[in-house]
Design a protein around this ligand. Sequence first.
Ligand SMILES: [Cu+2]
Length: 191
Amino acid sequence: MSRLLSALSLCALFVSVLGHAVVTTPTPRAIGSANQAACGTGVYNSLKSDKTGPIEFAVAKIDSGYNAAACHLYFCRGLQFDDNKSNTRKYAAGTVVPFHVDLVAHHTGRANVSIVNLATQKTIGAPLLVWPVYANESLGPSQWPKNETDFSVTVPNLGSQCATAGACAIQWWWYATSNKQTYQSCVDFTQ
Ligand SMILES: [Cu+2]
């Protein structure tokens, strides 16, 4: 019994310490030196320590090296295009893009996938996909909806808005209302 209890508390410890979700397909923006320059070492180290961790953990590490004009933690997780110039792809209108999310821990919230304008930091058009309820923590593994971790979005015709690398990304966004934590991954593309 005591062994079971300690195993359970170890598990709870892992759930609270380890992070929570990140897109793994397509390969999303990664962290690099441009993030450290913009966000400061405290934020950089926090983001780097766990790519699935909530943005709020990094916000708690903001130090004097944080440049609010350059590091937008609640947009693409503060990860910078300059660190990801070699990781952009081209999506013609109508391209169906398969996604996989590594969902490490469930916290009930809501989520969506949108195309974002990287200059204005606003969404372009309606979300491509919306989950009114996401990662419902009251469900067991056998009940987890498969489309929370494996889904596809169809890239619309964006005119000329996304012609230049660094203009647009697809952003996966999850806000866990149950613990007030935010998760984002961005996939840079041109059209
Ligand atoms: Cu979590």
